[in-house]
Design a binder for this molecule. Structure first.
Ligand SMILES: *Cc1c(COP(=O)(O)O)cnc(C)c1O
Length: 492
């Protein structure tokens, strides 16, 4: 299968090159030239398989340069004992709603679904493209991505990983998760300031040609692990098929029935993977794009105007606090199939922070997506309601999607079977979840985890237990303009 850039469909390259490069030279994102088709008979067959077998079936056509043995190895390394359930991504059911739990991996958030696989795809892609240098993954994180990338890359041969997080911008649990990370090839540093300071510092390093030259001479190059890489999107397609099969197996739907997915959305990677599954033949009626108070996507889907010139809110669902959703560019390309048109929108976004799509695109977007959003007060009410009524405990991000599904149902009267995509364990955001349940949250993160277990009778994921008793390995705090020094020191 070949790939090309959303901003130039003339340059074609293979999966290994697309994964090794991450971002296209013209600034666009890589998309496959076609979407491999999965028939209903094949989906029926997937129903009899476990998650690993389903995974192999879905990703194989997109990775034609990989051998079957290599793919089997990648899949079994990615989804194994690193998950706390054999099902890997189980769907649990409340009457006519399924909840797809994507947080049974090592960091308790859905980023694991992709970041447990990306390191294997990337290292093999580098070998196959004859890259002789080693890769150093550089990440600025507001929380979930940093930890998931650390877990994914820890002790992976020929790689190093360096994560910067804002000293004043992550939760206690998230901070403890990162500074106690194990592995000989990892480094973590906090940065004085907020997420923007960390992100800006990292962007400057990526753009530093002198540094790139110096590192190259020493046999290193820098790469990122964020969700613009095709190698992160691909593993996310799997669980949409898997949830459909689990819903058939549970007798909630018949084979071939169309269903609805409600997805808590930030960078638009997760929901886009679902849309790709639909292009491949998965029967989906609608995707509900669920946002928090940073509702730039709600406005876009409803009006066709994307406008990031608006206040930024810090919310109880921080992994969705985003005003530029990078993967939306792939959706626009998939719908209009016109690289010049997409390049135009992106240029306008760069220059003015805003663009308006054509009427054809507006209609196309609305055919597949419904948008809704929910503020922190409603998010917390939803957590309490579901726990009181159904004894199901969910995190703040999942609650946004749950509420958005309810909004869809009451607005349209359509009660088609739906799956809510659950992106984090409630324990990862235990302060907000306890607050939603009306509990006091003045203690530290590790204590709040114990308290949530006690109050709800649920069990905390093992990797989140005893975080405060683990050795703190990384206590460096870099000044904003000192990130370069940390990088150079780490790769000396
Ligand atoms: C990253 C993240 C999201 C948003 O996913 P996108 O692919 O960026 O849209 C939602 N919830 C949680 C918990 C996340 O970590």
């Amino acid at each position: 299968m070949n790939y090309f850039s959303t901003r130039n469909s003339e340059v074609k390259l293979g999966a290994t090159a697309a994964i090794a490069r991450g971002l296209a030279e013209d600034g666009g994102l890589y998309v496959p030239e076609t979407f491999s088709q999965v028939s209903l008979d094949e989906i029926k067959n997937l129903c009899t398989m476990d998650y690993r077998q389903r995974a192999k079936h879905i990703i194989t056509p997109y990775l034609s340069e990989f051998t079957e043995t290599e793919l089997e190895k990648i899949v079994s390394l990615s989804y194994a004992d690193n998950y706390d359930t054999k099902a890997i991504a189980p769907t649990v059911f409340n009457e006519n709603i399924g909840v797809l739990e994507l947080w049974h991996g090592p960091t308790s958030a859905f980023k694991d679904m992709a970041l447990q696989m990306l390191p294997h795809l990337l290292t093999l892609s580098l070998k196959k493209t004859n890259e002789t240098r080693k890769v150093c993954i550089l990440v600025a994180t507001s929380g979930d991505t940093g930890k998931a990338a650390l877990e994914g890359f820890a002790d992976v041969e020929d790689t190093k990983i360096l994560v910067f997080f804002p000293r004043d911008g992550v939760s206690d649990v998230q901070r403890l998760q990162m500074i106690t990370q194990s592995g000989d090839n990892v480094m973590v540093s906090s940065v004085e300031g907020n997420f923007d300071d960390a992100q800006t510092g990292v962007k400057v390093i990526f753009g530093d040609k002198d540094l790139a030259q110096k590192l190259s001479e020493k046999g290193w190059f820098l790469s990122s692990a964020n969700s613009i890489n095709w190698g992160r999107l691909l593993p996310q397609i799997i669980y949409y098929f898997s949830a459909y099969c689990d819903s058939v197996n549970a007798g909630k739907i018949a084979m071939g029935d169309e269903i609805i997915f409600s997805v808590p959305t930030g960078n638009f990677g997760d929901i886009l993977a679902g849309f790709i599954a639909k292009q491949m033949g998965l029967p989906v009626k609608k995707f509900i794009c669920a946002s928090n108070a940073n509702n730039v996507l709600t406005d876009f889907i409803n009006t066709g105007i994307y406008d990031r010139n608006r206040p930024f809110f810090t919310t109880a669902s921080p992994s969705m606090d985003i005003l530029i959703s990078s993967n939306l560019e792939r959706l626009l390309y998939m719908l209009c199939k016109n690289d010049k048109e997409v390049a135009g929108y992106m240029e306008s976004l760069q220059k003015t922070g805003k663009y308006e799509v054509s009427d054809t695109l507006k209609t196309a977007v609305k055919a597949d997506f419904y948008a809704s959003y929910c503020d922190d007060a409603d998010t917390k009410l939803e957590i309490k309601k579901l726990f009181d009524e159904k004894n199901y405990l969910m995190d703040t991000h999942t609650a946004v999607a749950y509420k958005s599904l309810e909004n869809y149902r009451s607005e349209t009267g359509d009660d088609t079977f739906a799956v809510v995509v659950s992106t984090a364990s409630p324990y990862k955001f235990c302060d907000s979840v306890l607050d939603a349940l009306g509990e006091d949250t003045s203690e530290n993160g590790a204590k709040l985890i114990e308290k949530l277990a006690e109050k709800t009778g649920t069990i905390a994921p093992a990797p989140l237990c005893g975080l405060d008793k683990r050795a703190e390995r990384f206590t460096t705090c870099a000044k904003k303009d000192e990130l370069l020094k940390v990088v150079e020191e780490f790769l000396k």
